[in-house]
Design a binder for this molecule. Structure first.
Ligand SMILES: [Zn+2]
Length: 283
């Protein structure tokens, strides 16, 4: 009897170990980059990483489940752990993985903008804070529906004029970082949705100017800033390739261009690294 119990216990342990197979796209990640954790055998609950929980979803194409895990731009390099949390017969279990956070190779830029966009009046400060709160609430919302049905494209085909992540000094006084990828676009250039989703922001904002943000589901958002004209409104469903607006020079700019941003799991991330990761792993 004891032997049987032992065999049962041992096989349960073995089964539990083999039941869930996890794969990381990378265990070395720079600040403001995204990585993916794939699961097979069962759906884990979430990945706990740097104080945030990144949920697992069923992969829309192919077997298994995935979680997109992002890091904040201001995250400093360190050795840390990502913990995958899952349920085994109703009991919470954990698997932890060493993850190295390294310093992203970002450049430095000095820019000159209208003085009102580098030194703020109390009224501006209130507006900036309100818009930041609104955006934070949106970006931390995980819509369970996945609207994406094909790989991500680009918002337009044009030269990149400023990369994501550059540390910036505006007018010699204000320090910030570049929160998106800039594309050359003369005023009036059609800007298209990089994938399908629902428009959650379509209005003028202090820094972003006329800006459109699309919710793609599963905590993924893309943004299109400094537009001269809107072609969509909040609540619209857009398909990949639909024109969301015309490029322009509204908000804090040095001239007309398109600023393209991506948010994942509440963090502002490097858009082009995200596109490459998702297109490579989900499709
Ligand atoms: Zn930009």
């Amino acid at each position: 009897m004891l032997k049987l119990v032992l065999v049962l216990i041992i096989s349960t342990i073995l089964f539990a170990k083999d039941d869930l197979v996890l794969k990381f796209s990378s265990t070395k990640v720079a600040n403001a980059k995204t990585f993916m954790v794939e699961a097979k055998g069962k759906k884990p609950e979430y990945v706990a990483f740097l104080g945030k929980r990144f949920p697992f979803y069923e992969k829309p194409y192919g077997d298994g489940y995935y979680a997109l895990v992002s890091t904040n731009y201001y995250q400093r390099p360190k050795h840390t752990k990502a913990v995958v949390v899952y349920l085994e017969n109703g009991v919470k279990r954990y698997r932890s993985f060493a993850v190295d956070i390294v310093k992203g190779e970002y450049k430095k830029e000095k820019l000159t903008v209208d003085p009102s966009k580098a030194k703020f009046s109390p009224k501006d400060r209130a507006r900036i804070a309100k818009e930041a709160r609104e955006a934070k609430r949106i970006y931390n919302t995980y819509t369970p529906t996945f609207y994406i049905d094909e790989p991500f494209g680009y918002p337009l085909h044009s030269k990149i004029t400023s990369s994501f992540g550059n540390s910036r000094i505006f007018n010699g006084i204000l320090k910030s970082y570049h929160s998106g990828t800039d594309f050359r676009a003369k005023t009036g250039t059609p800007i298209i949705a990089t994938n399908s989703g629902v428009v959650v922001i379509a209005k003028n904002r202090f820094f972003a100017g006329n800006s459109v943000v699309i919710d793609h589901g599963h905590g993924i958002y893309t943004g299109y800033y400094h537009l001269s004209k809107f072609k969509v409104k909040v609540g619209d469903f857009v398909h990949k390739g639909d024109v969301v607006g015309l490029s322009g020079a509204t908000g804090r700019v040095t001239g007309p261009h398109l600023h393209f941003s991506v948010h994942v799991g509440g963090n502002c991330v490097d858009p082009l690294q995200f596109l490459e990761l998702v297109n490579g792993w989900l499709f």
